[in-house]
Design a protein around this ligand. Structure first.
Ligand code: APR
Length: 232
């Protein structure tokens, strides 16, 4: 029994996808709000706000460096690979991710909009330079060649998304025949705000979300199980 009505996802489809931490759960990366998620163990105010960073940059960097090390040994899973394959099989495809782990890139996805930045980027608070740095950061907080302190190249609560990113995401969702929403609790805005903009949406999540009754199809299961089955 196919999961979706035949023809909903076909080679001529224009597809947009919104992903969240759940897509990386099967790669061993914890989510934020599911059981055992980061925000059950820590206060997000301490680790994911500019104020928390200003209060204790070493504490924040210690947590980000732990995450970087965990992500460095993680591998994309069948969900990531299915999305990379889907991009090759449909007429147009845009992957909008809230994830900062870079596993979509590693799986081969190309047209990716990173709404919340990238954990492999660092930015100088003094000269503003942003660069990729995958090295093991020994001295925390790390510093720039200019002497300025570096911060993680991710978007924290209360901060602006990368310039033009949400506008491009909204345009891609509006232009798509189908939006696939995978592995997000859809509680964080403006990312979750693209969901009601879709002509038709499919949600993939082992648990219900506040959009489960609003989307056309809400599929209970994991992204690594379900996404490969959606390939046209
Ligand atoms: N496959 C699909 N979905 C899963 C899986 C899985 N294997 N495992 C868990 N999920 C679902 C959970 O049920 C939950 O609804 O993924 C969702 C993860 O939700 P969150 O932890 O809230 O993560 P996300 O929605 O990405 O958070 C958004 O919040 O903390 C900030 O910046 C951070 O980008 C993040 C944003």
């Amino acid at each position: 029994m196919p999961l979706l009505p035949t023809g909903l996802l076909k080679p001529s489809s224009k597809v947009a996808v919104l992903t969240g931490a759940g897509v990386s759960a099967e790669s061993g990366i914890p989510t934020f709000r599911s059981n055992g998620g980061f925000w059950h163990q820590h206060r997000f105010e301490d680790l994911a706000t500019p104020q928390g960073f200003a209060r204790d940059p070493k504490f924040v960097w210690t947590w980000y460096e732990e995450r970087r090390r965990a992500i460095a040994i993680a591998r994309p899973n069948a969900g990531h690979y299915a999305l990379a394959e889907m991009e090759k099989r449909v007429a147009s495809f845009t992957l909008i991710t809230q994830n900062v782990d870079g596993l979509h890139d590693l799986a081969g996805s190309r047209n990716v909009i990173k709404l919340h930045g990238d954990i492999w980027n660092v930015r100088c608070l003094k000269c503003g330079q942003e660069k990729v740095d995958r090295s093991e950061l020994a001295d925390l907080p790390p510093h720039c060649a200019c002497g300025g302190m570096l911060r993680p190249g991710v978007v924290w609560f209360g901060e602006q998304l990368p310039p033009g990113s949400i506008e491009r995401a909204e345009a891609a969702v509006r232009a798509a025949d189908l939006l696939i929403v995978a592995g997000t609790s859809a509680q964080v805005y403006p990312a979750a705000g693209v969901i009601p903009m879709a002509r038709a949406a499919v949600e993939i999540n082992p648990e219900e979300t506040e959009f489960s009754t609003e989307v056309a199809y809400s599929l209970r299961g994991t992204s690594a199980e379900i996404l490969p089955q959606l390939l046209p």
